[in-house]
Design a protein around this ligand. Sequence first.
Ligand code: ADP
Ligand code: MG
Length: 396
Amino acid sequence: MKKTIRDISLKGKKVLIRVDFNVPMKDGEITDDNRIVQALPTIQYVLEQGGKLILFSHLGRVATEEDKLTNSLRPVANRLSELLQQPVYFVPFTRGPELEQAISKLKEKEIVMFENTRFEDLNGKKESKNNPELGAYWASLGDVFVNDAFGTAHRAHASNAGIAANITDVVSGFLMEKEIKFIGEAVNNPSRPFIAILGGAKVSDKISVIENLLTKADKILICGAMAYTFYKALGYEVGTSKCELDFVDFAKSLLEKAKGKLILPIDNVLANEFTPDAQTTISDANQFPTNMMGLDIGPKTIELFKNELKNAKTVVWNGPAGVFEFDKFAVGTKAICEMLANLKDATTILGGGDSAAAAIQFGYENKFTHISTGGGASLEYLEGKELPGIIIINDK
Ligand code: ADP
Ligand code: MG
C-alpha cells in the first residue's frame, strides 16, 4: 500500500504537488478543464489541512522558443483560481529568485503555481531526462512531495522521480490513489470472472498488454482493427482492413498460448472506403469481400460479448471496438459502453486515451467504476509494469 496525503501532516508545510494539468488548449483557451477539475479534491484537502501549496505540471511539448508562447500554464492558473474561488499566484518561471520569493512569502492555505515544467526541456531536456540538478532544485523548494500526476507516471522525469530522490515524504494524491487502487487491484487481485476487452488500432501497440492479461484474465474479447491481424493468423481473408502483416506470426503464437481464452469477433461491419458515409454491409468472419474493410464489430459479436460479460465481476477495457469517430462505426463501442453500464456488482475499468474519450463523449462518464486519466500510463500499468512515478511513492 502506498502512502497518501492522509498519512502525513501537512499543516504549515510547503507542499509540492505534481499535478497533471496537461489540458487541451486552442488559441490560448482551455477547451476541456476536466484534468483541473479532477485535481480539485487533492488541492482542497491540502488547503483544508493548512498546507502551503506549490503546484506544477507539464503542458504539451516544448521543443522551440515559440512553443513557450502556446504552452504557458498561466491560463490554467486562472481557471484553477476561478474553480477554487481563491487567488492562485502564478510565477512565469520554472526556477529563480521570483519563484523562491513567492514561496517564502506563502502563508497557510495559499497557492503558488509555477510555469510549465517542460520549459526546462529547452536547455537539454532537463525535465524529460530527469536531470539530477533540476530534481534537487525543485525538491529544495518544499517540505513534502505529493505526486498526483498519473498521466506521466510511466516516465521518470525531474518533476516526479527527480524530486522524490531528494525529499523524505513522498505520497500520492487522491487521483493517483484511485488509479493505483482500481487498475492495480483489477490486474493483480481481481474478483472473478475477470474479463478483458481489448480493441483499438494495432496489435503491435498492445502486445505486452495482451501477454500480461492472458496470464491474469479469464477471457479476453478482441475487437477493433487488431482483430484482423488475428484473422490473418487463422488464415481468414480480411479484404482491405487495417492489418499488421508483421505481427501475424505473433498473433498465431498468442492464439496457441491462449487455449480458447481469446475471443474474436464473429461478424463485422464492412465498408467500401474509410469515410463517414461509406457503403456498408455486415458479414461473418472469414467472409470478407476482397474490396471491403472491417470498421466495426457486427450485431452477432455484440450478442456474443454480452453473453461472455454477463457474470463478470471485473472488466478491464482498453481500445475502441471500431472507428467510433464515424457515427456509422460507433455502434460496437457504444454497445460495449452500454453492456458495462448495465453490469451489476462488477468493477468496470476503462483505460486508454481514445476509448476513454469515446465513452465520455457518448455520455458514459459516470457509468464506469473508474475511467483512467492516463492513456499511455494506464496501458503500461495494464502491461504489469511497475511505473516509475508510482515506485517513488513511500509505502505505508
Ligand atoms: P486507445 O487510445 O483507447 O488505447 P487505440 O489508440 O489503440 O485506442 O486505438 C484507437 C483508434 O483505433 C481509433 O482512432 C479508431 O478509429 C481505431 N480503430 C478501431 N477499430 C478500427 C478498425 N476496424 N479499422 C481502423 N481503425 C480502427
Ligand atoms: Mg490511442
